[in-house]
Design a protein around this ligand. Structure first.
Ligand code: BES
Ligand code: MN
Ligand code: ZN
Length: 509
């Protein structure tokens, strides 16, 4: 998608559609007022006839504007005429972009950065427009044989979220005055970097397990480091992992024909002696559950078990593009979890890289087996903080649904920074307790700990398990099982929590 800034008067701009906001009670935004004047009261006419109440999320597309060079106008309801919350702003933007799914609409001028959003400046608003618009036009066509023509099924109209209808939108311009140019521009560049990072995350996540293997993920990391000189990559092979004693990780990949890979990306643009921020992403390119096999229904969605890893790659892409003055290490332990004659069996006891032993009571709790060795490996970077991202527990869906990601950690300041960054980015997290009492559930009669803690508090006991390998640094864990992808008719990756992470990193600069 192309982004640009226009400073000329609205009725002189060349585009397929101009997007302006209208508040409740027939109150027009400044741009809507300007267009209303140059169109002899067209907008007031529509509003006073009751065709647009101004409720947030409502839209009206004006397809023809008499006696004017303007092709189309999209009116977007903004709700009450007062500063919008960040959430309501996103809602209005989504409604706007989703009503532009018409082959005729390829370029738009967006005037929604002018509306007041509580505690947010023009830079944030421009950035958010890019993020939301880019997210909405994303389509995964890589594995469709005919990438251009809509398939038969897509032609059937489904009421729910306009499933299948395509966007042709390829260019978005921001209307700005000369004085607004700088903030609009910097927000636009931030948005573009985040959008590109999210596109990579979504693309890798949506790829099926037969194409996106641990080897493929490693190749993508190598590609990324070729594209950005500031990114260095190192891939550990299984033999390297054996030498390091990563017994927990290797026990999972032993059941798969695909070799495990351990990806390290290094970005060093901060102070020479600043300790790095380490991001760890779970990279299970397919999780069948192993010998504790998952039920068949919905198992395809376990191709998304590498979304944490994909988010690390997308985040580092955006970081490199924004040239943030930070030191960051990205770690992606990657494997499949399959049933096999050589796979982990319930009751097996493993020795992790830390030396701690683990009794595998359920082979489907494999993510923590990869992450525990990655956490131990992270020690060698002497990290400032470690944040892991993982589609770790189905229990997180039960607790928080698909609205917000789970957050657990051993450091209140770090958790609060992540909570705040999520709020700003409209990519929220919600903290769950990591109290001592829950650790008891991991008791094993035969090893230092069990890999599962029973049916109660599954998200917390998973984090309790990880916490035992994160004692040497400040650490937070994001359980993205409910937020990394959508299920149902709009099944697809969301790119979360890339924008949260970028916000957190920007806040640290
Ligand atoms: N990748 C899954 C978690 C998951 C399941 C994410 C469904 C999203 C949707 C993870 O490896 C897993 O299987 N966890 C088990 C843990 C259990 C055995 C303690 C789970 O959640 O069932
Ligand atoms: Mn599993
Ligand atoms: Zn898993």
């Amino acid at each position: 998608m192309d982004y640009s800034i226009e400073t000329a008067p609205l009725d002189e701009l060349q585009c397929d559609c101009i997007i302006v906001g209208v508040y409740q009670d027939q109150q027009l935004s400044p741009s809507a007022t300007a267009l209303n004047n140059s169109t002899h009261g067209l907008i007031n006419n529509i509003v006073s006839r009751g065709d647009l109440s101004g409720k947030n999320g409502e839209t009206v597309l004006i397809n023809a504007v008499p006696d004017s060079k303007i092709e189309r106008i999209l009116l977007v309801g903004l709700g009450e005429n007062k500063p919008l919350s960040g959430k309501d702003y996103k809602k209005a933007l989504l409604a706007a972009v989703n009503s532009l799914k018409k082959p005729q609409i390829k370029s738009v001028v967006c005037c929604l950065a002018e509306c007041d959003v509580a505690d947010r400046d023009l830079q944030w608003k421009s950035r958010h427009i890019v993020e939301v618009f880019n997210d909405a036009v994303y389509q995964f066509t890589h594995t469709k044989s005919d990438k251009e023509t809509e398939s038969q099924i897509q032609k059937i109209s489904i009421a729910y979220r306009d499933v299948g209808k395509k966007h042709e939108l390829g260019a978005v311009s921001f209307a700005a005055t000369e004085a607004e140019w700088d903030l609009t521009h910097s927000g636009m560049l931030q948005g573009k970097a985040i959008a590109e990072g999210m596109d990579l995350t979504k693309h890798l996540s949506d790829l099926p397990g037969n194409l996106c293997t641990p080897t493929y993920l490693a190749e993508q990391a190598i590609e990324l480091s070729k594209k950005y000189a500031s990114l260095d990559v190192k891939i550990l092979e299984e033999s390297d992992m054996t030498a390091l004693g990563m017994g927990a990780l290797l026990s999972v990949s032993r059941g798969s024909r695909q070799p495990a890979k351990f990806i390290t990306l290094s970005y060093q643009c901060g102070d020479k002696d600043a300790k790095p921020i380490v991001l760890i992403g779970k990279g299970l390119t397919f999780d069948a559950g192993g010998i504790s096999l998952k039920p068949g229904a919905g198992m395809d969605e376990m191709k998304y078990d590498m979304c944490g890893g994909a988010s690390v790659l997308g985040t580092l892409l955006a970081v490199a593009q924004l040239q943030l003055p930070l030191n960051i290490i990205g770690l992606i332990p990657s494997s499949e979890n399959m049933p096999d004659g050589d796979a982990n069996k319930p009751g097996d006891i493993l020795t992790s890289m830390s030396g701690k032993t683990i009794e595998v009571l359920n082979t489907d709790a494999e993510g923590r087996l990869l992450l525990c060795d990655a956490l131990t490996y992270a020690e060698r970077f002497n990290p400032e903080v470690v944040i892991d991202l993982a589609t770790l527990t189905g229990a997180c869906l039960v607790a928080l649904g698909r609205v917000t990601s789970g957050l657990l950690g051993n450091d209140d300041a770090l958790c609060n920074e992540l909570l705040a960054a999520g709020e700003t980015a409209n990519d929220t997290v919600w903290r769950l307790p990591l109290w001592e009492e829950y650790q008891e559930q991991l008791k094993s009669n035969f090893a230092d700990m069990a890999n599962v803690g029973g049916k109660d508090a599954g998200t917390i006991t998973a984090a309790c398990f990880l916490s035992r390998f994160a004692e040497k640094f400040r650490w937070a864990h994001l359980d993205i099982a409910g937020t990394a992808w959508r299920t149902g008719p709009t099944k697809g990756a969301t790119g979360r929590p890339v924008s949260l992470l970028i916000q957190y990193l920007i806040n640290r600069t």
